[in-house]
Every structure is written in C-alpha cells, then in structure tokens.
Design a protein around this ligand. Structure first.
Ligand SMILES: [Zn+2]
Length: 268
C-alpha cells in the first residue's frame, strides 16, 4: 500500500525535483598547456654563471612537543630530525660550504664542488644555540644564522654572549636579517635604517664577514636590492624554493625549506 502511495505521489511530481537530471555544464575543450621545463643550461645562459647549491633553510630547532605547545610547528625542525639531516649529508658525502665560500663563487673568485650544501637558520632563536649548535659542532658543519640584531637579548632570541661563543668556534657565521625582522616591501627610508642598523651592529661585533642578507618573510624588493648592493652585500636569500644559484640573481637567491622529513624528500 505504501509503495502504491509513493508511486502515486511520484506520478504527481511530489518529491521528484531531486531526481531531475542535473544540468550539464557546457563542455569546454581541455587545453593541456605545454609546460616547458627550464633546464640548467637555459638558466645558466640567462643568469649565469650558475651552480647547483642546496641552501637549506631552518628556523626553530626544538623538541616537537614544545613547538606544538608554543604553536610554532610550521617553523620547527626537531633536534632528532636536524641530526638525521646532518648524518645524511655526511653519509652521502655532501660538501657543506661556509657562506664565504659561496660568496666567493658569486663574486667570480672560485668554482664550487658538486653536491654543495649551505646550512642557514633564520631569526636567531635561542634554540639555535641550545639545540642546533651542539649538533653542528658534532658534525663539524658550518652554518649561517640570519640575525635580526634588534631582537638579540630579547625573550627567546639569542644573547650577544651566545652569539659571540658561536662566532669564536669558527663554525657559525652571521648574516643580516634587518634590525627588527622587517619586511623588504616597506618604504626605502625604513629599509635603509633597518638594513643599515643591522649592518653596523654586525660589523661592530666582527660578525659581518661574508656580508650576506636574508629577506624577513622571504620577499625581496627593488629598494632593498639597491640598498644591499650599495652597502657591499654579495648575496641575499629569499624563501623561493630552488637550488640553482646564479650570479645575476645574487639578490634573489632561492633556498630549500626543510621540515621533519628525510632530506631525500627535498631532492638531496
Ligand atoms: Zn625571518
């Protein structure tokens, strides 16, 4: 009886709307774009000389549990993973270069070995001293810390005394990351102050050897590039993903952002 009733309502059109065939969208012609993979040779011709260098980018190195509690897992690599990365570089016989060696290449003074790696840590957090530095020492691998000098001695940033200790090891180098971790997209006058003040502070403390810069938040600007060139900087790093470093792109160099995963995942 129930079925008969349902059929009857169906016949009347009650409750039928949801069974109407859907309106088909007008078919579009699927265009398959021909993606041209730019080769090293092409980039080299346009921006070269270029070299393949894996510039690894880290921020915090601390226990994942603590990073989670502090809401900073996106910028964290655990000490365990950091050590695994360094062990991998050792096992696979990568050449971990000092920043001044890379600067020499960019300045046309030397060629680079194959399987080249540069280790960078941004923002100068105190965990770099407490967790990363002992592991770097263990493997005897150099690294560069991009330091917003105005934040030194503040809360969980490095202290000048820790910076000095690392500098004296001869293993850790320091780079300009503006004075207050300032975006390069701001006005020229502001950038002049931000870059200039950090430059002066690093120089005063004998930390400005390679004269290298990293853009806070990753984005470069023409004004910042002009200031860096005028101030004698040899290189500036973005957060653009890549490992082909070219002389004519010295102020917009790419890096490889790594996380809690094997380096093989990042093309190494
Ligand atoms: Zn930063």
């Amino acid at each position: 009886m129930k079925n008969i009733l349902l059929s009857f309502f169906w016949f009347l059109g009650v409750g039928r709307t949801e069974f109407l065939p859907p309106v088909m969208p007008t078919p579009t012609i699927a265009l398959t774009p021909t993606v041209h993979q730019v080769t090293f040779a092409e980039i080299n011709q346009k921006y070269g000389p270029c070299a393949t260098v894996n510039v690894l980018m880290y921020h915090h190195i601390q226990e994942e549990k603590l990073a989670k509690k502090l809401g900073r897992t996106g910028l964290n690599v655990s000490p365990e993973w950091f050590e695994k990365h360094l062990q991998y570089l050792k096992d696979k016989q990568y050449n971990v270069l000092r920043m001044d060696e890379l600067a020499d290449f960019i300045n046309g003074k030397r060629a680079l070995p194959k399987k080249a790696v540069v280790i960078t840590l941004d923002d100068a957090y105190e965990d770099n001293y407490l967790s990363a530095y002992p592991i770097l020492k263990k493997y005897n691998f150099p690294a560069t810390l991009f330091t917003p000098t105005g934040l030194v001695d503040v809360m969980d940033y490095l202290t000048w005394s820790e910076i000095n200790d690392m500098k004296n090891s001869g293993l850790i180098y320091f780079g300009n990351h503006t004075w207050s971790h300032h975006s390069a997209l701001d006005k020229k006058e502001v950038l002049e102050k931000e870059i200039g003040l950090a430059d002066t502070q690093l120089a005063e403390k004998g930390l400005n050897g390679a004269k290298v810069f990293a853009y806070p938040y990753g984005k470069p600007s023409n004004d910042a590039e002009a200031i860096l060139a005028k101030s004698g900087y040899s290189m500036a790093f973005t957060t653009k993903q890549g490992n082909i470093l070219c002389v004519k792109q010295r102020y917009t160099l790419p890096r490889i952002r790594v996380g809690n995963a094997p380096l093989s995942k990042y093309g190494l």
